[in-house]
Ligand binder design. Structure first.
Ligand code: NAD
Ligand code: UDP
Length: 324
């Protein structure tokens, strides 16, 4: 609620996507007024249809890289911006590499410009991929990363890194209230079935009795955070003034190898599927785990949902819903 008693007006870019949709649902259930923007490149129209039952939700199908964003009459009196728009699955950012660079650079600059014009607070969703294939473990925010500019992941990694630079410049030169969340792998049900990220692949394969496709020998690790924990963290970042001008890792420090993840999902789904090994994609990071001391200190946040519990919830939803 604003000081004048009106509802806070919040823009969510990427609102048709996996995280944007779930963030919008949470904020709407608490009485916020949401203007969602999405070009539906990797997002799903069915998410917009579900959000549209809320009277306080409105939607613009628009590319946020486009200059005429500033002419849209719907964009008035904005209090907050959650900037999530960007492909996030390696499958999709490698399919749309130029668009991925543009959304994270030009798109981020446009949203920062809107924040400046409206004096709105902004949270930018960056990624653990800015650390590339990390040489220090776990990763702290001051680690500068090990990113290959000459490879298939560079469009995303370097796009996000430059997105962070735009945030730094708008904060330091113009005083824009910007907070950068470096999100580590987040999961739950709700991804497109063809999204290609590991948990949706493994759960779909296990439930259909298909081969579970481990890339490489499966010794590479990731640290998976359940979506509710991630959304709680980014909301705390928006609310907390101490996060202004800060970069904060958001993730679950519980690390697991991809092979052990495959075995765990096979066990939890009681699946007859075989685990098979396919070539490891180029530049696939070997390890990833967040140091979340900064999030604990500034936001008083840490994840609450264990991998076992989060996977059970995810599997239950996949089992009870029809394929999409
Ligand atoms: P997603 O692909 O499901 O959603 C992204 C949304 O952005 C889609 O709805 C897509 O249509 C929209 N979009 C893309 N380009 C756009 C443009 N030019 N204009 C307007 N809309 C556009 O991805 P997600 O998993 O929901 O990720 C959301 C954000 O979180 C991304 O910025 C991603 O980099 C970041 N992130 C996610 C994870 C994760 O594990 N989910 C991890 C790290 C970072
Ligand atoms: N992966 C896998 N099988 C799959 C999909 C992904 O073994 O069907 C691996 C992938 O090579 C990576 C990890 O799982 O090591 C996480 O991949 P994802 O695409 O979910 O996200 P990333 O962390 O690589 O961005």
């Amino acid at each position: 609620m604003r000081g004048d008693g009106a509802l806070e007006k919040i823009i969510i870019t990427g609102v048709a996507g996996f995280l944007g949709y779930q963030l919008a649902e949470t904020l709407l259930s608490e009485g916020c007024c949401i203007l969602g923007i999405d070009n539906l490149s990797t997002g799903r129209m069915q998410n917009i249809d579900k959000l549209s039952v809320h009277p306080n939700f409105s939607f613009i199908k628009h590319d946020i890289c486009s200059e005429n964003l500033f002419q849209l009459k719907e964009i008035t009196d904005i209090d907050q911006i959650y900037h999530l728009a960007s492909p996030a699955s390696p499958k999709y950012y490698q399919k749309f590499p130029f668009e991925t660079i543009e959304i994270n650079t030009l798109g981020t600059k446009n949203m920062l410009e809107l924040s400046k014009i409206h004096n709105a607070k902004m949270v930018y969703l960056s990624t653990s991929e800015v650390y590339g294939d990390p040489e220090i473990h776990p990763q702290t925010e001051d680690y500068r990363g090990n990113v290959n500019t000459w490879g298939p992941r560079a469009c995303y990694d370097e796009g996000k890194r430059l997105g962070e630079v735009f945030c730094y410049l708008y904060h330091s030169l113009f005083g824009v209230q910007i907070k950068v969340a470096r999100i580590f792998n987040t999961y739950s049900a709700g991804l497109r079935n063809d999204d290609g990220r590991v948990i949706s692949n493994f759960v779909n394969q296990a439930l259909k009795g298909e081969e579970i496709t481990v890339y490489g020998d499966g010794s590479q690790s990731r640290s998976f955070c359940y979506v509710d924990d991630t959304i709680r963290a980014i909301r705390l970042m928006m609310k907390n003034d101490a996060a202004n001008g800060e970069i904060i890792n958001i993730g679950n420090p519980n690390e697991i190898t991809v092979l052990n993840l495959a075995k765990l999902i096979k066990e939890l789904t009681n699946s007859p599927s075989d685990i098979v090994f396919l070539p490891l994609p180029k530049d696939d990071p070997k390890q990833r785990r967040p140091n979340i001391d900064k999030a604990k200190k500034i936001l008083d946040w840490e994840p609450k949902v264990s991998l076992d519990e989060g996977l059970r919830k995810t599997i239950n939803v996949y089992q009870s819903s029809s394929p999409n």
